[in-house]
Design a protein around this ligand. Sequence first.
Ligand SMILES: [Zn+2]
Length: 56
Amino acid sequence: MEKIKGGCLCGKVSFEVKNSFDKLYLCSCKQCRQITGSAFASNLFVTVDGFDWLNG
Ligand SMILES: [Zn+2]
């Protein structure tokens, strides 16, 4: 089983995703541009069963 870990830059929040991603969606709506500070956000969609919070 493939596992991918991620989190914020300060390290207080981290998560782990098991299995593969369902979808990848590049969005350029106003909210995604403000959150990322760039022209678009890369959003990955996973199932609830495959997602675990590790910290935070
Ligand atoms: Zn968006």
